[in-house]
Every structure is written in structure tokens, then in C-alpha cells.
Design a protein around this ligand. Structure first.
Ligand SMILES: Cc1cc2nc3c(=O)[nH]c(=O)nc-3n(C[C@H](O)[C@H](O)[C@H](O)COP(=O)(O)OP(=O)(O)OC[C@H]3O[C@@H](n4cnc5c(N)ncnc54)[C@H](O)[C@@H]3O)c2cc1C
Length: 256
């Protein structure tokens, strides 16, 4: 990538959705080409240091260490606008801490989006598991399900107040699991998923969140409860103790 692969995005509005999630609305020329109604679009963000107005300078030697990945929660191409829901996970990092302090008029750099490889059309029922970083992506998929869809969605959140409205068909039961310490193991989420009543037919499976949970379920849905590959999306969105470029390098290393 070079600087021409990035465009400025200006913060138009900020809203605290829940104690640990902030929605920022941006405008950018790239947003004119975002696809309305497309499932699971995500892009790379270059944010300035927390508290700075930006935009950050594009440095071809260091930008890869600063790039972070975010889901396009809503896109409004006609207005060149989009929303990103940022988890504010503490003082460490760039994007989360920046988002918490961001103000209208602040600027970041964004890439063009990519799309998740996940399809649900041929599924008979649906299973979702997401921590807060993956709620935006899971919510988009749930909103796109047909009205007759059935299944379960498990959301692991940091506090009771972090529940948020998620529009899903009536046949999808939403379960909220509170885990106040993001460093603690996800035992309750793992138990809950491994104990669900397995319905007839082929499920679609969406699991995204911390690395260790994604790794466990990648094996589980391959070996113990084999699911159709084309209906299964298991993805590590972040890793405890690693910044995003380290997490990416680690994933590449274990995949090699
Ligand atoms: C396809 C995809 C879509 C994503 N969509 C979203 C999204 O819409 N919203 C969103 O908030 N995140 C999303 N993420 C996750 C996000 O990219 C990471 O959380 C990223 O590391 C945040 O960057 P940072 O600069 O805040 O922290 P980093 O500098 O990467 O990390 C600093 C420290 O914070 C820890 N950390 C990072 N993320 C979290 C977290 N969520 N909870 C607790 N500790 C954390 C790290 O382990 C590290 O110790 C997505 C990831 C992927 C791969």
C-alpha cells in the first residue's frame, strides 16, 4: 500500500453507545464507493495519537505498525458517510484510546474496504459468538438474515450496561454473557456454545473475538462438530498482550 491507497476521513459525530463502545460517524471521499447492504465490510484505519486532531502523517516505513482493522457498521454512500463502533478497551493501543477522545473535525486515514468471506444462504440455522470487537460484524450479519431464520447469538460483553440493541429475526435467541475482565478466560461463552442443542440441518457458524477463543472454535468446528466450510467464519480479531501488527504476524507464523 502507498499513501494513494488511503484517504482522509473526518469525524462528523461521536456517540457513546455503551460504557465500552463509541460510535464515530465519518465522512470521506472513499465512502462514495462503499456498497450499501453488503455484508461484513471492514477497512484499515490510521489514527493519530490519542487526543490529537490528525490526520496522521503517512509514513511508508511505519504505517503498517499503526494500521488497525475496523468493521463498517453502517455505510451511507450517497452522503459519503459511514459509522464505526470502536471498543474502548483501556489506555493501551492507538485506535481504541483515540476513538474515546475523538471530537468532530478530527481526521484519520482509511483504506478501501474488504469483505468477509461468509455466506449463510444455504444454512438451516445459525450460530453466532462474538465479543465486543466483533459485535459490529455479527450484528450486520444478523440484520441481513431472512425473517424465518432460527438460531442463537452469544455476545460476550464487559458489563450489563454494554448490552446494545441488535436487530435479529424473532427466531434468533440473543444471549448476553458478562465478562468484566477482558484478560480472563471466556469459559462461560465456550461452555454455552458447546452446550447448545444441535438442531437438524446445516448451521452457519460465525465466531469472532479474541485469538484463544477463535483458535479453540476453529478446531471445534473442524473436528468435534464439523460444519460446512463455506458456512463457517471463525476469525481472531485481536490477541491479548499483542498490538494488531504483532497479532497479524503471529497468525501468519502459526499458519505457515
Ligand atoms: C475484520 C476485523 C474487524 C474488526 N472490527 C472491529 C470493530 O468494528 N470494532 C472494534 O472495536 N474492533 C474491531 N476489530 C478489532 C480491532 O482491530 C483490534 O481490537 C485492534 O487491536 C484495536 O487496535 P488498538 O490500537 O486499539 O489496540 P492495539 O494497539 O492493537 O493493542 C493494544 C493492547 O490492547 C489490547 N486489545 C486490543 N483490542 C482489544 C479489545 N477489543 N479488547 C481488549 N483488549 C484489546 C491488545 O491485546 C494490546 O495489549 C476488528 C478486527 C478485525 C480483524
Amino acid at each position: 500500500m502507498s499513501s494513494s491507497n488511503f484517504a482522509e476521513a473526518i469525524v462528523l459525530r461521536t456517540a457513546q453507545l455503551t460504557p465500552h463502545m463509541y460510535r464515530l460517524t465519518f465522512r470521506s471521499e472513499f465512502a462514495a464507493d462503499f456498497t450499501l447492504g453488503a455484508p461484513g465490510q471492514y477497512l484499515k484505519v490510521l489514527a493519530p495519537a490519542p487526543g490529537e486532531a490528525g490526520p496522521p502523517a503517512f509514513d511508508p516505513n511505519t504505517y503498517k505498525t499503526q494500521m488497525r482493522t475496523y468493521t463498517l457498521r453502517h455505510v451511507r454512500p450517497a452522503e459519503q458517510e459511514f459509522d464505526i463502533d470502536f471498543v474502548v478497551h483501556g489506555d493501551e493501543g492507538i485506535a481504541g484510546p483515540w476513538a474515546k477522545q475523538a471530537r468532530p473535525g478530527n481526521r484519520i486515514l482509511i483504506s478501501r474496504p474488504g469483505t468477509l468471506k461468509f455466506s449463510v444462504e444455504e444454512a438451516d440455522w445459525h450460530l453466532f459468538a462474538a465479543d465486543m470487537a466483533a459485535i459490529p460484524a455479527a450484528a450486520i450479519e444478523l440484520e441481513g438474515l431472512p425473517e424465518h431464520a432460527v438460531g442463537d447469538a452469544f455476545f460476550e460483553i464487559l458489563s450489563e450496561e454494554d448490552r446494545q440493541p441488535v436487530r435479529a429475526p424473532a427466531g434468533i435467541t440473543i444471549h448476553w454473557i458478562i465478562k468484566a475482565d477482558s484478560h480472563a478466560p471466556s469459559d462461560e461463552l465456550i461452555d454455552a456454545i458447546q452446550s447448545i442443542t444441535w438442531r437438524d440441518g446445516a448451521p452457519s457458524v460465525f465466531v469472532a473475538g479474541e485469538f484463544s477463543v477463535a483458535r479453540l472454535f476453529r478446531t471445534y468446528f473442524r473436528k468435534e462438530r464439523p460444519t460446512r466450510k463455506d458456512l463457517t467464519y471463525v476469525s481472531s480479531y485481536w490477541k491479548l498482550g499483542l498490538i494488531e501488527p504483532e497479532h497479524k504476524a503471529f497468525k501468519a507464523q502459526i499458519a505457515a
